[in-house]
Design a protein around this ligand. Sequence first.
Ligand code: FE
Length: 333
Amino acid sequence: MKRLIQTLMLITATTLAAPVVSAEQIVVYSARNEHLIKPVFDRYTQKTGVEIKYITDKEGPLLARLKAEGANTPADMLITVDAGNLWHAAQEGVLAPLESETLLANIPAHLRDPQKRWFGLSVRARTIVYSSERVNPGELSSYEDLADPKWRKRLCLRTSKKVYNQSLVAMMMERLGKEQAEEVVRGWVANLAVPPFSNDTKAMEAVLAGQCDVTIVNTYYFGRMQSKDPAIKLALYWPNQADSGVHVNVSGAGITRHAKHKQAAIDLLEWLSSTTAQEMFAGLNMEYPVNPEVETAPQVQAWGDFKGDDTNIAKAGELQTEAVMLMDRAGYR
Ligand code: FE
């Protein structure tokens, strides 16, 4: 015990006496997976010498931790996926609004918080995937059309518990009005071939297995399956091209209210929106860069151009509670 105390004292003394080589350090809480952020952070550290410490977890625990830590939080930045989650974090008061001409210039207005508390960093399209063996793309047109009786027992969906679908339905409510949106969701439920799946990949596997013919997924999940099997008998379809466009969402970030390294964190956030970082940030997950100046990765580009919905994605958060209730009423589990 005595030795332990001596050792601890020695460590403390050494730490205190050590010259400060770089005071610059940033702490990030990330719900985006480590393999998607580490290479980007490493690049930043190489370039600037700024050390980035991070922990990764699901958005729920990270938000609970931020709230519990309050003013004592070591976190300077929160990275998470889906505008529904970013909106929720902002609503809980853990993010600080910030003024940055760079972020306003690099990120289109509909992909960031109008109150400047969070900013999209990559775009994900939630679109229709169909069996290229059993569906003629000419049969497809819109998310709403998947409620048509012609798709009876041909539709697969991921669970309504996932924020991705809550955001999709929330944006549909904004676009079509609540009543019409509910009718669409009821139609989807009526057309389900099998109960909803726990994730996008399982829904696509069901289409491949012939359990159903169409589903709705984030394109990067399709990309992962396509990378494993380039001849996969699935294809992407871009719905609503004549009207609202494809439902797009973001992964993004905000600076915490109690950031200890606020300016350093803002510098990192601005860099993440720049051309240098964007290619990596989006490309690592086969997503689309949020910065329109940046090229999309070749595999993603090969899926073709589409028109995306340009309604501010903050609506997905604002209408989330109502969307959840609507899905519940419509029997979407
Ligand atoms: Fe995902």
